[in-house]
Design a protein around this ligand. Structure first.
Ligand code: UDX
Length: 476
């Protein structure tokens, strides 16, 4: 069969298979990347797992109706009733490496010819967390680019894991300075280095060198074997880290923040890729609040806290007197959310607090009533807050979040890092500071202005998207 052709009518069409690690924070930004590629005229196959595609399909408006987009899925290899939670990430990694990988290989082989009006797949953009996805694509003759969903500063830290272990600086949590990550010698402490997820409520110093962290280090090094690396960041935010990474990769594209279409500078029109149903009733509640009077609290898609930690957060927030909007996922509090909801009602009542299972976060952060964001400093959340100029209070749970929060506090000065300290007095003080500090607000707004320039036509990230599209077309 003849390939469908590009709009010029002559050249074969570029068709990218986008393959995220099947968790919410990874799906979101790869989804935005897919939107940018579609906007540039490429064909895209977005590869979910069966489990996630079923979750997306049960929501009221799942349709992705763009004709050049195809959604496909493969098994993740886990039983349907497996929790797929943060405590079981190794199960997911193992089963994706075996069952998922075999299905992915078969799908790539089948995609070498035209299917359902789509041209053959000409390039893979795979989540770099899955090194196998790069290797399998290249083995079957499809060029592969690695995409990492986290910050450049965390990528550089993972790239330095071997050195950190050699120096004995990893993982012991303390305030001692770290010398093993180039360019960060002046401000990085051991307690800012990535940490494995902890059981809810566990002490802060019980984290050995988890195999997951070593594996992250290995797959980060492995991204150097892909045709290029894409990072959801901008040169203005992370220029020094990007410069340190570049010599280790074949090429690096810094295209973020991707949740605003980097090619056009306009708000992304990407349909939502939320695995949870968004409760947008909170937007009307926000409409009824004064400007900059509300603390938005969300700890992302994976964080799990204990009831004691919830109580500390709640008491600290209540003591500030500010109203707050809290995202309390059904699986977020060890022991269940029923008692937690009752606790919120007893302590503060409906007027001061609104609780939702899942919020339309980008709309919430854009709302003028929001004065600061109490967050786990996941990279998507960090970028979304940065783009809206919202000051942050960072309480971190695992992985890249620990280093992101250090940058927020010490490098960008757009928020306050309480790291892993969950104590009501600390929460109260940090929230007051983020709500009231003119310096923090000014830094956050300056960063937002710069990011708007970066994604506008001619800005650094917008230009990087164009360069990436040209790079993909050149692979044909
Ligand atoms: C994790 C890592 O922490 C992150 O750094 C990495 O890049 C991806 O994996 P997660 O913990 O889920 O992700 O956090 P984050 O990166 O912040 O992503 C959460 C996403 O869910 C954000 O895009 C946020 O807008 C969205 N979200 C969160 C909602 O849409 N509604 C909510 O109520 C909460």
């Amino acid at each position: 069969t003849r390939s469908p052709t590009a709009s010029a009518g002559m050249e074969p069409a570029a068709h990218v298979l986008v393959f995220p690690w099947p968790l919410q924070g990874h799906i979101n930004c790869m989804h935005h990347l897919a939107t940018a590629l579609l906007d540039a005229g490429l064909h895209v196959t977005f590869l979910h797992t069966h489990h996630n595609l079923r979750r997306l399909a049960t929501k009221p408006a799942p349709a992705l109706s763009q004709p050049r987009l195809r959604l496909l899925s493969i098994p993740d290899g886990l039983p349907e009733d497996h929790p797929r939670s943060v405590a079981h990430l190794n199960d997911l990694m193992d089963s994706m490496r075996t069952t998922g990988s075999a299905a992915y290989r078969a799908l790539l082989l089948a995609s070498s010819s035209n299917k359902d009006g789509h041209p053959p797949v000409t390039c893979v953009i795979a989540d770099g967390v899955m090194a196998f996805a790069v290797d399998v694509a290249e083995e079957v003759g499809v060029p592969a680019i690695a995409f990492r969903t986290a910050s450049a500063c965390s990528f550089l830290t993972y790239l330095s894991v071997r050195r950190l272990v050699e120096l004995g600086e990893f993982p012991f949590p303390s305030d001692q300075p770290v010398s093993g990550v180039p360019g960060m010698e002046g401000f990085l402490r051991r307690r800012d280095l990535p940490r494995a997820p902890r059981p809810a409520g566990s002490a802060t110093d019980d984290c050995g060198v988890d195999p997951m962290l070593l594996n992250m280090g290995e797959c980060t090094v492995h991204s150097g074997e892909a045709r290029a690396l894409i990072l959801n960041t901008s040169a203005s935010m992370e220029g020094p880290a990007l410069a340190q990474i570049a010599p280790h990769m074949r090429d690096v594209f810094s295209v973020g923040p991707l949740h605003v279409a980097a090619g056009t500078g306009t708000k992304s029109t990407a349909p939502t890729a939320s695995l949870w149903r968004e409760d947008d009733g909170c937007m009307a509640w926000l409409d009824g609040q004064q400007d900059r009077s509300v603390v938005y609290v969300s700890l992302g898609s994976l964080t799990v806290i204990s009831e004691e930690q919830l109580a500390e957060f709640l008491s600290g927030l209540a003591a500030t007197g500010y109203a707050f909007l809290w995202v309390l996922r059904p699986d977020m509090v060890a022991g269940g959310t029923t008692t937690s909801l009752a606790a919120v009602k007893t302590l503060v009542g409906e007027k001061q607090a609104r609780v939702v299972h899942w919020a339309p976060q980008r709309d919430v952060l854009r709302h003028p009533a929001v004065g600061c964001f109490l967050t786990h400093a996941g990279w998507n959340s960090t970028l979304e807050a940065a783009y809206e100029g919202v000051p942050m209070v960072c309480w971190t749970f695992f992985g890249d979040q620990l280093i992101n929060s250090r940058f927020v506090d010490t490098v960008w000065r757009t928020g306050v890092d309480i790291k892993d300290v969950c104590d009501k007095a600390v929460v109260e003080k940090a929230v007051r500071e983020a709500m009231e500090s003119a310096e923090i607000r000014a830094a956050a707004q300056a960063m937002a202005r710069q990011l708007r320039l970066d994604v506008a036509d001619g800005g650094s990230s917008s230009s990087e998207i164009k360069r990436l599209v040209a790079f993909i077309r050149d692979l044909l």
